[in-house]
Design a protein around this ligand. Structure first.
Ligand SMILES: *Cc1c(COP(=O)(O)O)cnc(C)c1O
Length: 355
């Protein structure tokens, strides 16, 4: 028997969440963002839930090829663009749309022979200062792109630095001022902008995290009014139970001391499964459907939980680490991170089922 831990992936939740996003963006088209192997879910596992997307966005060339080979005929967007001349050939062969964010990428596209023009997303750095052409050189880059025989349609692209904290106008104003009068479609919005900044929606939006049912801010309360469903459940079982006397401690470092006699459960899940080691005592967890809390330090293969609210719990009781009952955002914020990181960190050794 393998250990009882399992991650369940829910493609229907992705389908539902995509529909929620669609209702937010009126007529805009949607890139379903599946970078990092669909935020740790596995592209193939959630693929059925992406039917209604207008395109699929990611940044690993091998993932792009995998999506094409699954039979996806709609557009595929490389969010970081191409890195070598061979990448240009692959983009050509697999009909990929590619971001272009620097002169080197324009030069790569110009230096090859494509069988047909490649559509690009010309990325502006409107203040994030990660990738993109600064506003004062953006138009010149656009002129060069237009002259390149290997480049087809040019979409004007931007990415926001703090859409999740409410501020997009300063970047939006720079983007609009720079691109005034330029033809071409626009694509600016990530999940936070899809939810909270209608001004940014334009022609194509690029939601990622909301498709997986988690909050762009990392805080569950910020999406309390958005009917999203969790696309990943991490569950396991109790493999041991201990009864502590008042004053006894549990686990490495003895970080939790029983304030009174109590039962604790030992769960087959640890940081080697992708559970965050920084999750402190108090992090939510559910045992037999009853919400309780983690106690003590997470170890490599196990963690310990307070069984006080679940007196009937015993070896074999079901445990939900995150999913429909325990929000991944709540586990993440308790551990000082965001749902994105927990999803992406799900360990290879965890068996995965599609439910
Ligand atoms: C990851 C990414 C997105 C999606 O971001 P979410 O916050 O997950 O919605 C959109 N656009 C770009 C360029 C990205 O890299």
């Amino acid at each position: 028997m393998p250990r009882p831990i399992v991650a369940e992936i829910h493609p229907n939740a992705v389908r539902h969440n995509l529909e929620v996003a669609r209702q937010k963006v009126a007529g805009a088209r949607i890139w379903g963002i599946v970078k990092a192997d669909a935020y740790g879910h596995g592209i193939e596992r959630i693929y059925a839930g992406l039917d209604a997307a207008d395109g699929i966005g990611l940044l690993d060339l091998n993932e792009a090829v995998r999506v094409r080979e699954l039979g996806w005929t709609k557009p595929i967007l490389l969010l970081e663009g191409i890195f070598t001349t061979e990448d240009v050939q692959i983009a050509d062969r697999y009909r990929l749309t590619t971001a272009v964010h620097c002169d080197e990428q324009l030069a790569l596209l110009a230096s090859c022979k494509a069988t047909r023009p490649i559509d690009i997303y010309l990325k502006m750095n409107s203040g994030m200062n990660r990738l993109g052409f600064a506003p004062d050189v953006y138009r010149a880059a656009w002129d060069r792109a237009r002259e390149c025989v290997n480049i087809g349609e040019i979409t004007l692209m931007n990415h926001f630095a703090n859409a999740d904290e409410g501020e997009v106008d300063w970047q939006m104003d720079r983007f609009d001022a720079t691109t005034a009068g330029m033809p071409g479609q626009r694509s600016l919005a990530n999940s936070a902008s899809v939810l909270w900044h209608p001004r940014t929606h334009r022609d194509w939006v690029r939601p990622g995290i909301v498709l997986y049912g988690a909050s762009p801010t990392g805080m569950a309360e910020h999406i309390a009014d958005v009917p999203l469903q969790a696309s990943m459940t991490l569950r396991s079982e109790l493999i041991g139970v201990q009864t502590l006397r008042e004053g006894e401690t549990v686990g490495y470092g003895r970080t939790f001391t029983a304030p009174h006699a109590m039962r604790i459960g030992v769960v087959a899940c640890g940081y080697a499964d992708g559970y965050p080691r920084h999750a402190p005592t108090g992090t939510p967890v559910a045992v037999d459907g009853v919400k309780t809390r983690l106690v003590g330090r997470i170890s490599m293969d196990m963690l310990t939980v307070d069984l006080t609210p679940v007196p009937a719990a015993r070896v074999g009781s079901r445990v939900e680490l995150w999913g429909g009952q325990i929000r991944i955002d709540d586990v993440a914020s308790s551990a000082g991170t965001i749902g994105y990181e927990l999803m992406c960190a799900l360990a290879r050794r965890v068996p995965v089922g599609i439910v």
